[in-house]
Write a protein that binds this ligand. Sequence first.
Ligand SMILES: *Cc1c(COP(=O)(O)O)cnc(C)c1O
Length: 424
Amino acid sequence: MAGRLAINGGIPVRSRQWPLWPQPAPRALKALSEVLHSGRWSVSGAYRGVETFDRRFARAFAAYNGVAHCVPAASGTASLMMALEACGVGAGDEVITPGLSWIASASTIVGANAVPVFADIDPHTLCIDPEAIGELVTSATKAIVVVHLYSAVANLERLGALASRHGLRLIEDCAQAHGATYHSQRVGSFGDVGTFSMHHTKVLTSGEGGAAITSDHDLARRMEHLRTDGRCYSNTVPKIGEMEVLETGELMGSNRALSEFQSALLIEQLADLNEQNALRRRNAELLDHLLTEMGFQPQQSSLGTTSRTYFNYAVRIHDGELSHVNITHVAQALSAELGLAIRPTYAPLYANRLYNPCARRRFAISAEYLSRIDPSRFDLPVSQRAARRTLTFHHAALLGDAADMMDIATAFGRVLEHGGELHA
Ligand SMILES: *Cc1c(COP(=O)(O)O)cnc(C)c1O
């Protein structure tokens, strides 16, 4: 039947493939092969006469972000754990973080035996609302973990001022924002520590991986110990066959190191990042224009943002439109038109079924602690409402051309027009 939505058996807007992600850099295979035959696959392997890829990547990524230090790590989660502990967050401390983010934003805080305190978000940027933070600060608060979500940069000016006024550490979770800038300076370099994920989905990836950056020498040294089982690189070149990491015992750590394969791959992938970010930005700007004309409200970034990085494209349905339909159903209708996964935002953390710390024995430290980390004590209306009205899709779809953006806009227009075909 003409005009029927694809989800109801109509002809979809598009059947062409979308760009594949990840995309290997031109010299990725050569770099991986070099590690394969090097006799050194890990930081904590014997020195073979050449610098580790871990050190080379750390130098390249620190330079890219304009900071003095980078400590590569096994994942974004591992990087956040190192950052929190290096900043002195521990048992019973409170850490303020946004109510809308990926699970790791909360699971890492309880992972350090601290208490996540969720702050509501700004409805336009979907990032933590500085206005909401003040009243959450108590004598137990140690840090703020800000997340630059989807394609936005949080209001770093206000957050920096808040953190210093209250004597709190500021950690920037840049897992979704590699390369974004604020006042022409890279995100991750504003807080005490900036953390990154190089997971498969992220804009810079080695399948799994992460990194923490900082300008503070002591924080960097603590993070290195925390990720290398209490060891750190020696300042002198070791003899061939000797360990390159020294057992200082300065600070007990865990093994959260990145393998040499991943570091070598990241050095190559990093060379493509700026160009891919620019392409995504150009396509996103075109899509912003097309969707805004139909009344949709694309995610905005904070005033002061000079360059955005698109991890996900996020757009809000305007009030009064499709209000009878569950957002999941709208997302499914769009996915069917496009052959592309369109999803609602994350569920607010306190209502996310993946975040359930009270079910884990390791957090049953005391009845008091369990009640402090109980997610059900939170209720954040702006996060809740954004989650009910916002659609997102992965950045791979922004690596195409203008015709791809037209397809996306056409699908949004069609679902809006035929919303009556969708059931509540
Ligand atoms: C992906 C992500 C993480 C966690 O990174 P992993 O590499 O999956 O551990 C943390 N925070 C945010 C905002 C993320 O998107």
